[in-house]
Write a new protein. Sequence first.
Length: 375
Amino acid sequence: MTKSTIHAPAQPDEAAAGAILTIDLSAIRENYRRLKARLDGVACAGVVKADGYGLGAVEVAKALRKEDCDTFFVAHLWEGIVLRAGLGSEPTIFVLHGLLPGSEEEALDAALIPVINSSGQLAAWRKLAQRKGLTLLAAVQVDSGMSRLGMAPVEVEALAADPSRFDGIDVRLVMSHLACADEPERDANEAERLEFERLRKMLPPAPVSFANSSGIFLGKPYHHDLARPGAALYGINPTPGHKNPMLPVVTLEAKVIQTRQIDAGTGVGYGHTFHATGPLAMATIALGYADGWHRRTSAAAFFDGVELPFIGRVSMDSIILDISALPDGRLKEGDLVELIGPSHPLDTVADVAGTIGYEVLTSLGHRFHRRYIGG
Ligand SMILES: *Cc1c(COP(=O)(O)O)cnc(C)c1O
């Protein structure tokens, strides 16, 4: 045997991969343009937290840069550091989770703008500003009714009474987040909007941001100065119950690793939860719950538009399909079946799994060959 060093690539190549995730960057750009058109002149950021909803934050952000998007939101400080390294110094990057105690210097070093969610965070940022002799940029988030993150109304009122607490801080954005934006008929939306208007006026004057993807579709009063869509960019329907106004972005295909015939009465998969009622043609594909396809979710794959139902349980690395709807021999080892795509849209996949497109995308695993197209 010759000595050799094997270099493991960052991801499997197409031939070695069990599944292929295709991400259409031109569709992301078109979705951004569609949102911009609705916003009618209002600025639009890109939310790329959770690694760009599982699709690659740096790749997505670079595509959006080509549409002149210059503002991005991440959740974690570390996501901001990765994004800064990928994008360079120019774009504005806000960190939604704000400042964890002790992380202030790191945020400053990567030129990230923390979304200040409490008066404690404000004090820590101000202390750093004083120590460095600098004016530090910040966004301030108020809680206008979601009760998740942001300064409570009493905190905002206390700050308003003592403006010196903003000394050394340049407030670049005042923001809040809607709890029910995807349900336009809910009274909570208008109540939150009015509460946000009341609270933001107590804070230093700055551009204002309220709407996520669905918020954009609530209309002009929700647009303010900067919209913050994530989901809609990635093709998730921001108007549930109505036709999806966005283009699909993601296709997920898995490879057939074996096909065979089984006899009537044969048990299939862990626990034999399925038994063939007659002779059955089946295929096993190289994708399972370790790839983000939840075990509790029975569903189907598609080949040439033909539905191939899952049979038995979803395994860690594989799923078994009933392929009897296809002609004998039509599906072969190495063929790709569609899990998410034109025959099986993301929002349908999510519905069947009892969840939302957001969770399907952010659950996608790391063993796929990721193919970016339209870059
Ligand atoms: C995730 C998030 C967004 C983006 O929401 P989408 O529904 O994905 O458009 C905007 N703002 C905040 C504060 C968020 O947490």
